[in-house]
Design a protein around this ligand. Structure first.
Ligand SMILES: Cc1cc2nc3c(=O)[nH]c(=O)nc-3n(C[C@H](O)[C@H](O)[C@H](O)COP(=O)(O)OP(=O)(O)OC[C@H]3O[C@@H](n4cnc5c(N)ncnc54)[C@H](O)[C@@H]3O)c2cc1C
Length: 416
């Protein structure tokens, strides 16, 4: 059997298929495989999360994702890596990283396992197409053809194309009759043009971000926000980016609103200001804001609300107070566009789940074809969820493809 793509999903599929008895050839167009693993988690590789469920993904089918995760849950991921000699540690955020803080250790362990399982890893070979032949599939590569019983397509999406994933996998699947859910960059910074918050560049703070379109909250995420010279970044921005991008396809006026009020609603924050004004009327507005946001942002919020420095709480009129509450609880972050695939950790869209069986990741359209990883129409939030998707789908697809290969003893199949 053949696996196309030696990223996280393909490496896992290759190990699983060999352990299930398959004779496996793993193709990658790049000499240096697993590039995304190396760059992941700030080169620390956030392997998985303490708690993973379908709610950590944006998907057209929660039950599909749940079913796949159940077959290879995060506990198995952890055990799998520990057995390969990669000790993992849990951070307070729920993220698991290698104890060594080295993504290189994760990749090295996977490549050692690939080697130990006698997977034939063929680097620098591009798979250009797959076609049906008899009961099997012919894989056309830059170095000739291979006839196999089953193929796992694990070519990734469109993010960081310099790592080898440029969307060719989608075209291969399309030529076989699959459709593709429109793709977009996900987990990517947002660009503001003009960058009206550039003066705040470098400030990081916790915020709740909402994407609002046509008076409806499309998405809401909480986490760390970073103001940059070009716009906005940080985990909460990356998480919200795919929602803004897709909302803006339908509604050019879709907005990103930020709340810095530490979980308080606008009414609660308004009541808090009133209570403080009653308790300490001479307290400065700047002092009250400094308790929740960095000073530079406090000054910006005050200026935006028409409040001069030195204003005391007692001096806040009703309208001005309301404007301040709006700024703190629903500050509009103007967005021009997402930073795009060149800076996106993952791709939203891809192979529709409706065209795949959750029990074994097999194609409903092409016998012998399986999918794993980012190529599918599932994208996870920040936190190790995308790798967990790659490990789970890779494991399920690799195991199932090997079983098919074992049952498939065609006289003209040189390779099970
Ligand atoms: C900067 C960055 C940081 C990240 N950090 C994290 C993190 O800490 N935690 C987390 O969970 N996720 C993280 N991610 C996301 C995670 O890396 C991806 O979800 C995951 O790598 C997807 O794995 P994949 O195997 O499906 O695809 P890929 O890793 O993209 O692998 C696809 C492989 O297929 C090969 N290929 C493509 N087409 C062909 C072809 N036609 N023929 C032969 N080979 C082909 C490519 O060369 C590539 O090696 C990060 C991503 C980036 C970019």
């Amino acid at each position: 059997m053949a696996i196309v793509g030696a990223g996280a999903a393909g490496l896992m599929a290759a190990i699983a298929s060999s352990r299930a008895g398959g004779r496996t050839v793993l193709f990658d167009r790049r000499r240096k495989v697993g590039a995304k693993i190396l760059m992941s988690g700030g080169t620390r590789c956030n392997v998985t999360n303490a708690s993973v469920s379908e709610r950590d993904y944006v998907t057209s089918s929660g039950p599909f994702v749940r079913k796949v995760l159940r077959q290879f849950p995060p506990e198995e991921t952890r055990e799998f890596f520990e057995r390969l000699g990669v000790k993992l540690k849990l951070e307070p955020t729920g993220k698991f990283f290698p104890v060594s803080d080295s993504a290189g250790d994760v990749l090295t362990a996977l490549l050692r396992a690939v080697d130990a399982e006698r997977v034939e890893l063929r680097r620098d070979i591009t798979v250009d197409g797959i076609s049906r032949r008899n009961d099997g599939l012919t894989v056309a590569t830059s170095e000739g053809e291979l006839y196999v019983s089953s193929v796992v397509l694990a070519t990734g999406g469109l993010s960081y194309p310099q790592t080898g994933s440029d969307g060719l996998g989608y075209r291969i699947a399309e030529r076989l009759g699959h459709s593709i859910v429109r793709t977009s960059a996900a987990l990517t910074p947002l660009i503001a043009s003009p960058p009206i918050h550039a003066g705040l560049a470098g400030i990081t703070l916790d915020a709740k971000l909402r994407v609002v379109s046509r008076s409806r909250i499309v998405a809401e995420r909480f986490g760390s926000l970073l103001f940059t010279h070009a716009g906005y970044s940080g985990p909460v921005v990356l998480d919200i980016s795919r929602h803004w991008e897709r909302a803006s396809w339908e509604d050019p006026d879709a907005q990103v609103l930020a709340s810095f009020a530490a979980g308080r609603s606008q009414e609660d924050f308004d009541a808090h200001i009133l209570a403080e004004a009653a308790r300490a009327p001479r307290r400065h507005v700047a002092n009250l804001l400094a308790a929740i946001v960095p000073q530079r942002l406090a000054e910006t919020l005050m200026a935006g609300s028409g409040i001069s420095a030195g204003t005391m709480l007692s001096g806040l009129g009703r309208d001005v107070r309301r404007r301040l509450v709006d700024s703190v609880c629903a500050l509009r972050l103007p967005v021009d566009r997402v930073a795009g695939f060149g800076k996106a950790e993952v791709t939203a869209g891809g192979i529709p789940l409706l065209e795949v069986r959750a029990r074994d990741m097999s194609s409903k359209i092409v016998d012998g074809l399986y999918f794993a990883g980012e190529i599918l129409d599932v994208d996870g939030y920040i936190g190790g969820f995308n790798f967990q998707w790659a490990w789970s789908t890779g494991w399920v697809a690799g195991t199932a493809a090997a079983k098919r290969a074992a049952a498939f003893r065609h006289p003209r199949t040189p390779l099970g």
